[in-house]
Design a protein around this ligand. Structure first.
Ligand code: FES
Length: 113
């Protein structure tokens, strides 16, 4: 099973985390939540917000392609990169992944910055 490495995030995952036995076909967001990494997920994983945005630092090309709906939402995400995904939509394939949780979500950006 692929290994997911979550890079440290000051609020969500201060120490970082390694998930050794991530199930294939399950979204990155679901797996993170199931392992105690409480990334924001304001729309409950239904591709209707951007709070679950992650940057895939390794393994991006193993993921299925983003839908147009996901791309439209990602355009509004804070800190968008060329390897950004909505973690509730990106399903784990057979490859190890390294995931960075952006420092802010769009909610934080509006409230604090
Ligand atoms: S939780 Fe809202 S788009 Fe992923």
């Amino acid at each position: 099973m692929p290994k997911i490495t979550i890079l440290p995030h000051p609020d969500v995952c201060p120490e970082g985390k390694t998930i050794d036995d991530a199930p294939q076909g399950v979204s990155i967001c679901r797996v993170m939540l199931d392992h105690g990494v409480n990334i924001e997920h304001a729309c409950e994983l239904s591709c209707a917000c951007t709070t679950c945005h992650v940057v895939v630092r390794q393994g991006f090309s193993s993921l299925d392609e983003a839908t147009d709906d996901e791309e439209d939402l990602l355009d509004r995400a804070w800190g968008l990169t060329s390897t950004s995904r909505l973690s509730c939509q990106a399903k784990i394939a057979g490859t190890d992944l390294t995931i960075e949780i952006p420092r802010y979500t769009i909610n934080h950006a509006k409230e604090n910055h």
